[in-house]
Design a binder for this molecule. Sequence first.
Ligand SMILES: [Zn+2]
Ligand SMILES: [Zn+2]
Length: 96
Amino acid sequence: MKVKNLNGTAVNKCNCKSWLDHWMKFSRQKANRCMVNDCRNLPEVGGHVQKDSKTDKSWYIVPLCKPCNGKKGEDIDIFDGVNLVSANVAETCGKK
Ligand SMILES: [Zn+2]
Ligand SMILES: [Zn+2]
């Protein structure tokens, strides 16, 4: 599926150790590689992405390697089976 790799998301922080931990906690999947199709690197970070959708402008987290995460503002093609985890802290790790 096509997603947009977001710019300037370093300011967005959550209660987990890292965004990659955040993804593992809520996806219930294993991050065994960078989720970009045709990339075989290990996942190093939880990257912020947006769906290719006119209605859903929410931010989501997917495991990415650093080179893929560095492609800010570009469309990337990721593995269809990956669970997109919400980057909205109020809905996930910040839930009271
Ligand atoms: Zn979190
Ligand atoms: Zn990658």
